[in-house]
Design a binder for this molecule. Structure first.
Ligand code: UDP
Ligand code: MG
Length: 308
């Protein structure tokens, strides 16, 4: 029988873990599965909870990081250690309803490479987050040749082949939604309504989401760099035309050049555009710098994977 590896990133999930494993056990009673918890440097008792669950349940494996490396790194570590021929990615807070897993597995048996969940409502989400996420998808899809699907989550079941493809993209700055889309393969989307967390709180503040969007855009498209070039050209052409107008006015009508305000505005506008351009350039340089350092995506402090 196929082995299903369930990969679960956990950061401060002490209150959700037991509910979560309970649900998984009920849902997957008829399947051959392993659960891999990745403790992403939690500051609460998540690790102890995971150890206890692993001691009482032979299906439970875990990896514990030396510090918080972020959800993307946790997902990567889980995929590296998953041994199944089907791999499921799911959040620990039960916002990804486990009852969809059998449906996802069925889709794979029908011939799909991936079955992924798509959230159709944002019930319980703050207004600003919904607005921000809508804006992000619009922006990303209008500037990138690779399209992201609004509402698409990373909750999914993938075949071994797809998982290996994801693992080949071993970049340091990881943006899973983009990576999943980039590798291709046939995906079946399964829709579900948003569910609020069973316990604990989300760690994704609006600011963190904003920074994540910048990460997403700069790791999947270089258009911002091209925009700087266009902007430079447009401004140079306009400035040249303005220069001609000033010269002609002076020569033909002896019109004296004046205007402190216009000078100030021009300097500030250009200064602003230059700083933004340098900033954009810096962001790409930073990405390149980080990739060339070739640092590991995560560091493991403790795991039960090899002693089984
Ligand atoms: N998570 C993680 N590392 C982090 C932040 C979150 O492993 O630094 C895990 C978290 O425990 C949960 C999943 O990633 O299982 C999704 O996080 P969260 O529920 O905070 O995000 P949201 O559902 O609001 O997108
Ligand atoms: Mg959540």
């Amino acid at each position: 029988m196929n082995l299903l590896s369930v990969v679960v990133p956990c950061y401060n999930e002490e209150e959700s873990l037991e509910f979560f494993l309970d649900e998984i056990q009920k849902t997957l009673a008829d399947y051959n599965y392993e659960v891999i918890f990745i403790n992403d440097g939690s500051e609460d008792s998540t690790l102890e909870k995971i150890r206890n669950l692993a001691n009482s349940n032979p299906n439970v494996k875990y990896i514990s990081f030396s510090r918080n490396f972020g959800k993307e790194s946790a997902i990567y570590a889980g995929l590296v250690n998953a041994t199944g021929n089907l791999i499921c990615l799911i959040d620990a807070d039960l916002q990804h309803p486990p009852y969809l897993i059998p449906e996802m597995i069925d889709a794979i048996s029908e011939g799909y490479d991936v079955a992924a969940a798509k959230r159709v409502s944002k019930k319980g989400e703050p207004f600003f987050k919904t607005l921000g996420s809508r804006f992000f998808y619009r922006l990303f899809n209008s500037i990138s040749s690779m399209k992201l699907i609004p509402g698409a989550t990373d909750y999914r079941v993938m075949t071994r082949q797809v998982t290996d493809a994801v693992l080949q993209l071993s970049e340091y700055n990881r943006f899973s939604k983009g990576i999943f889309q980039w590798i291709g393969f046939e995906t079946k989307w399964i829709e579900y309504e948003n569910i609020e967390r069973v316990a604990g709180e989300t760690t994704w503040s609006v600011w963190k989401l904003f920074m994540y969007s910048i990460e997403a855009i700069t790791s999947f498209t270089t258009l911002p760099l091209t925009i700087s070039i266009y902007l430079g050209f447009i401004i140079s052409v306009l400035a040249f035309i303005y220069l001609l107008i000033i010269i002609i006015k002076y020569l033909l009508y002896s019109d004296p050049v004046q205007g402190f305000a216009t000078t100030m505005c021009t300097i500030l506008l250009l200064g602003g555009i230059q700083l933004i351009s340098i900033g954009i350039l810096g962001k790409y340089l930073k990405n390149t710098y980080n990739e060339t350092k070739n640092r590991p995506i995560f560091i493991v402090k403790e795991t039960n994977i090899n002693d089984k």
